[in-house]
Structure formats: structure tokens, C-alpha cells
Design a binder for this molecule. Sequence first.
Ligand code: ZN
Length: 134
Amino acid sequence: MNKIEHLGVAVKSLEVSNLLFEKLLGSSHYKIEEVASEGVRTSFFKSGPNKIELLEATTEDSIIAKFIEKKGEGIHHVAFAVTDIVAEMARLKDEGFTLLNETPKRGADNKLVAFVHPKSANGILIELCQEVME
Ligand code: ZN
């Protein structure tokens, strides 16, 4: 794991929370992106070298809709940048972590992503992400 790449925050409304985070961070989001396969719309903010991803559900059965129903708005996942996501997934599996994906999938922000189940990581949903070179 190279560094924390971003924090994912589940929000009810991207419009409302974009304004809130603009006030909080003193800067605007720099991108909005929909990941249709996951039923989410995301926006990204920078705070110095760090990034925050806001996630809004676009469908009722979206993972974000379910998360908010259970826990309310708040930190949804911690994402770590990795250089070789396949190798990192194999390493974590060997270490006894439960992975939510068998293979990496395409996420927002031009990344290949995979998730570690919160039950195997002290209640934290962990995202691995590897930059896609195009
Ligand atoms: Zn994320």
C-alpha cells in the first residue's frame, strides 16, 4: 500500500454536500463522475495532497443507498493507492482478509479498484486502487 489515495464519504445529495465541502475546504470539487455499474455519482475534492470522494446513490439498491439507510451519511471507505492491484489482492487474501471482488473492476477517477470486506478490517471498508494508464 503506497498511501491513502482518498476518503470516500457517503452523502444523500451531491448538490448539498458539494456546497458543504466547498465551504469546509475552501475550494471547489474538480470533477463529477457517474459510475453507472455501481449506481453512484461521485465528486472529488482536493485538500493539499489529499483527496475526498463524495458518493451519492443513483439507484435505490445502490451500495450507497443501503449504507446510508443503515448508518446514515459519513465516511464510507478508505482508499489506498497500490502499484500492482492483483498482487496486493493476492497478498491480502493470503493474510486472511476477505475480498469483495475476485478481480479488479473499473472505478471512478480512472482507477482499477477492489474492496476488502469491513468485517475483516476492523469495520473499515478498504478500497485498493491502481491508476490506469491510457
Ligand atoms: Zn473510493
